[in-house]
Design a protein around this ligand. Sequence first.
Ligand code: 5GP
Ligand code: ZN
Length: 117
Amino acid sequence: MCIFCKIVNGEIPSNKVLESEDALAFHDINPKAPIHVLVIPKEHVESFHQVTPDIMAKLTPFIQEVAKKLCIDKSGYRIVTNIGKEGGQEVPHLHFHILGGAPLVWDHRSADPHKNI
Ligand code: 5GP
Ligand code: ZN
């Protein structure tokens, strides 16, 4: 069972922000912004590339509600989802990073310095 499925079933504790029947939001253990929350579907889906429209339809209003609860809906925030190896995905369970709480820079450097533009 993957690490985020273990968070869903309570085997691994998490600092929850919001929960619904189908989704869970919790603070990232290693925050990269003043606010860094992860939103996941409770059902195991490997990445955005495998997600169904039905699950996305539930996740969209859930993410909007999470942003409201975090009070970043008006100031703005960023949603990131890493997909697969070159996308930098480390946990193979679909998750949306919700980042905010300060102005964010736009930086997507490559891990290979020769491929940076
Ligand atoms: P990825 O690189 O797959 O897009 O992001 C995985 C994220 O999960 C990372 O930001 C990492 O800090 C976070 N993470 C990994 N393990 C745990 C955990 O056990 N609990 C929490 N709350 N976050 C985790
Ligand atoms: Zn999983």
